[in-house]
Design a binder for this molecule. Structure first.
Ligand code: DGJ
Length: 470
């Protein structure tokens, strides 16, 4: 065999071997909330403060790319999906600029993309700021291709002046008119080409009202937003109106009180119209500062309607949507569970057994505490009880040769205790694997610009159950 052929074979084998541990296309079988998702390269999907637009039978997800080391802007990612379950990384739709307002050491948040049907262009809007959140405005970028690269144009202007607001969103009405939403509930109408603002459609409804997300069902507009608590989650609330210019009627919370919107903050509502029903998908962020790349996750839940009231009445770990009919159904667990005190789990270091939220668990905050489980199968997951004094856990999944299949930081913190799935590995070739979960010795914890402190009070990790698929 010629040397060139041998090299080709080695490269093909190396690529296959490397990719066999990434999430295989089509393998994710539901919308799972609150756990890291993996793309076709086995990398964690990083797209927060996101929105989705549909184009030619594909859904495109745009969101903030993050790192685990700094809050500085590192670009906006674009992923695509046929089914809303499996996300393929397309590209960094808007990369960090070499200098300027979206250059190094700046803030870029909440990208939202809309297609302008008159020009055929895709317009991306975003919150631009200094690292300390002291000089915000709404910027925009333009691309002829949906995935980008988008060309940053600077500030979106209204009468020649920038909109000096931070949290923002967008809404496209049924007549094709585009709107910019900013915190407080202000709505501005965009020009025909979506590149400037022509009118203030609605004045401030409430102070705060961050992360604005608006959708329309029939003749009613629903306007969702959050209280102002930095990256900490709170009880999001909403207004309704039959006109974008109001009057807006306060309708209360969108999820049961004190559940903190199932531990998330709104960012967008995606309408999915099918032959039998139209589903409105609530997209929320479960932030995890400072490890926003590895440990921040997504809370995507179907909105339920009761007349013109809306709610997320219960938390669905996993659910399915039939894109043809628009119908949704909760997914029953397909996993065999292994309790935390199963003899096959090997605990090392200082652990305590206790009962939290009526669930028996093993807990530790000791340095170098770990537990390991060896199994034969195709997938493994972890259920914990998220708690106010939980921190980050390190998760490592290795194959029989000790090769690392998945390595991730998992956030077990929540201000509201709840039993939750926090990890599911990609679907793997059936074989023997070992999962090790250990204390990371750190926790989500931060102060905002007013020096108010938020987050977890300790570095505990909590094991409730492992989940296995053969
Ligand atoms: C809350 C906002 O909703 C987020 O987008 C982010 O800007 C944080 N504040 C920063 O504290």
């Amino acid at each position: 065999m010629k040397i060139a052929n041998i090299i080709v074979l080695i490269v093909v084998f190396a690529l296959y071997y490397q990719q066999s541990y990434a999430q295989q296309p089509g393998k994710t079988d539901a919308i799972y909330s609150g756990l890291p998702w993996y793309d076709q390269y086995g990398k964690v999907v990083s797209a927060h403060g996101a929105n989705i637009i549909q184009e030619k039978n594909l859904f495109y997800l745009f969101g903030e790319a993050h790192t685990d080391t700094s809050n500085a802007f590192v670009g906006f990612n674009c992923y695509s999906s046929k089914d809303l379950y499996n996300w393929k990384f397309e590209k960094i739709a808007l990369p960090v600029q070499s200098s300027g307002k979206l250059g190094p050491n700046r803030i870029g948040e909440r990208p939202k993309v809309m297609k302008n049907s008159k020009t055929g262009e895709f317009i991306m809007y975003m919150h631009v700021d200094t690292l300390g959140y002291k000089d915000q405005f709404v910027g925009y970028a333009v691309s002829k291709n949906i995935t980008g690269p988008y060309q940053f144009q600077g500030a979106l202007l209204f009468n020649g002046k920038p909109i000096k607001k931070w949290d923002m969103g967008t809404f496209q009405d049924d007549d094709g008119k585009g709107y910019l939403l900013t915190h407080g509930g202000v709505i501005h109408q965009l020009s025909d080409d979506y590149k400037s603002i022509v009118a203030e459609t609605n004045k401030q409804i409430a102070s705060g009202f961050e992360s604005p997300a608006l959708f329309r069902k029939g003749n009613t507009y629903y306007f969702i937003g959050s209280h102002l608590t930095s990256w900490e989650k709170n009880d999001n609330y909403y207004y309704t109106s039959t006109s974008l210019s109001g009057p807006w009627i306060a309708r209360g919370l969108i999820a049961p009180k004190d559940q903190l919107t199932w531990n998330s903050q709104s960012t967008f509502v995606l309408k999915i119209a099918g032959s039998k029903d139209t589903t409105y998908l609530f997209m929320g962020d479960r932030w995890s500062y400072p490890r926003q790349l590895s440990a921040a996750t997504y809370v995507w839940q179907p909105i339920k309607f009761y007349g013109d009231s809306i709610s997320l009445p219960s938390y669905l770990d996993a659910w399915n949507i039939d894109l043809k009919t628009g119908l949704t159904v909760e997914k029953n667990s397909i996993y065999q569970t292994i309790e935390h005190d199963d003899k096959r789990i090997q605990y090392i270091g200082d652990w305590a057994r206790s009962v939290v939220e009526a669930l028996p668990v093993s807990r530790s905050k000791a340095e170098n505490a770990s537990c390991s489980f060896t199994f034969s199968g195709t997938q493994i997951g972890l259920q914990t009880v998220v708690l106010p004094d939980n921190g980050y856990a390190n998760i490592i999944l290795t194959d029989k040769n000790g090769k690392v299949v998945v390595k991730n930081l998992i956030d077990m913190y929540s201000k509201v205790p709840a039993a939750r799935i926090v990890f599911l590995s990609p679907v793997l070739p059936k074989a023997k694997y070992k999962l090790t979960i250990s204390t990371a010795g750190e926790r989500p914890n931060w102060t905002d610009k007013k020096k108010i402190s938020y987050g977890s009070t300790a570095n505990n990790i909590t094991i409730s159950k492992l989940m296995i698929k053969e």
